[in-house]
Design a protein around this ligand. Structure first.
Ligand code: NDP
Length: 364
């Protein structure tokens, strides 16, 4: 990141791809860091918050700003050798990587891991507590950026733990074809719910239709609609939810949330996972229909994936079972090469991605 992006939509030109030579591919003597070769990098909507100088109020404990520029790098956590190794400090994010060298007792050369790494070919990771060792390699490794990684855990915690679904309930999901949404929808179908998703795109009409088809055919949603072609979101929701919505999995916020509120059923639940429609606005939109929470006795709860990592083994067992039984599927949008990463990341905020957006740095 060249500099903080204080307002508006991030642009490709806000980021630079730098080439600096790697001097030492080894963990410095006495360090318990892990040296990895990055394979797959995850593009996630929260990364927009990291481009701001200050975390947004309330997010301080969870989100750290990226350290932009190349002159004033913060190398405090690295020793001298590592500093040479790292060169400039890159954007950080979730990824899948292979261990090349390790000073940490839990990781050894040849291990595959997923967790927080750098947007670069090789990373020296000191924050090893964020790393998970990959035990199951008979599935696409890239899935650990999505279905089997952070977005999967978000869907699992948010849907099962917060929404407490019951068979036959009516579920609505926004950004339903994305990294999290497509999993929530499939969990909801597997729970015997009636499921509707919304999706949209500024791209060609054919892609829009394809995406809605994707929701209906690939993931087995009962209904799907392109919200950008709906002049009245309230009317669209009434069309699909004659008796109202029991569970709303909120990914976008803004106008969609406002339209959903009066359409909730009594004792409905809303899991607020994210509000991507607001991330690039200087002034967030107001929500007007909050009184519906009172009339309908609706429970609305924010979710953060960090709260569910202790459930990871249980989650993994369930999803691997579904995957192997052919009961769950996952669509990825794969960008090739580190140089395509800036475009891939900013594409999230205009809906250019179809499915989980990731970047391939190397395949092995
Ligand atoms: P997606 O794969 O769904 O990609 C983002 C999608 O958001 C785009 O493809 C686009 O889909 C939609 N979108 C972009 N801009 C807008 C807009 N202005 N209005 C409406 N929709 C828009 O991302 P994820 O599945 O990774 O993330 C989904 C949500 O979950 C985000 O809000 C994210 O911040 C949140 N999240 C929260 C976590 C937590 O712990 N709370 C963890 C992970 C994600 P379309 O073309 O269909 O509009």
């Amino acid at each position: 990141l060249k500099d903080y992006v204080l307002s508006g939509f991030p642009k490709e030109s806000d980021m630079d791809v730098n080439t600096s030579s790697t001097i030492k591919l080894m963990v410095p003597e006495g360090s318990n860091a892990v040296l990895v070769k990055n394979l797959y990098l995850s593009c996630d909507p929260y990364m927009r918050h990291c481009m701001k100088k200050q975390p947004i109020p309330g997010s301080e404990t969870y989100i750290e700003s990226f350290k932009p520029g190349s002159d004033d790098m913060n190398y405090e956590e690295f020793d001298v050798n590592a500093k040479i190794l790292m060169g400039e400090k890159p954007i950080t994010g979730n990824g899948v990587a292979k261990v090349l060298d390790s000073g940490h007792p839990n990781f050894k050369k040849g291990d595959l891991i997923w967790g927080m790494t750098g947007w670069e070919e090789y990373s020296l990771i000191t924050a090893t507590h964020t790393l998970f060792k990959i035990q199951h390699t008979d599935v696409p490794l890239s899935y650990y950026t999505g279905l089997l990684g952070m977005p999967g855990m978000t869907a699992y915690g948010g849907f099962y733990e917060v929404c407490s679904p019951k068979k036959g309930e009516h579920v609505f999901i926004s950004a339903a074809s994305g990294a999290v949404g497509q999993i929530v929808g499939q969990f909801a179908k597997l729970s015997g719910c009636y499921v509707v998703g919304s999706a949209g795109s500024k791209e060609k009409a054919s892609l829009l239709i394809m995406r809605v088809d994707l929701l209906k055919n690939k993931f087995g949603f009962d209904e799907a609609f392109n919200y950008k072609e709906e002049p009245d979101l309230n009317a669209a929701l009434k069309r699909y939810f004659l008796e109202g919505i029991d569970i709303y999995f909120e990914n976008v916020g803004g106008k969609m949330l406002d339209a959903v509120l009066p359409n909730m059923r009594v004792r409905g639940r809303i899991a607020v996972c994210g509000m991507i429609s607001q991330y690039n606005l200087d002034k967030p939109e107001g929500v007007h229909n909050l009184m519906a929470l009172v009339w309908k006795r609706v429970r609305i709860e924010g979710i953060l994936v960090f709260d569910y990592f202790h459930l990871y083994p249980k989650f993994l067992e369930l999803v691997l079972f579904y995957l192997k039984e052919g009961k769950i599927t996952y669509v990825e949008d794969v960008a090739e090469g580190l140089e395509s990463a800036p475009a891939a990341l900013i594409g999230l905020y205009t809906g250019r991605n179809v499915g989980k957006q990731l970047v391939v740095v190397a395949r092995e």
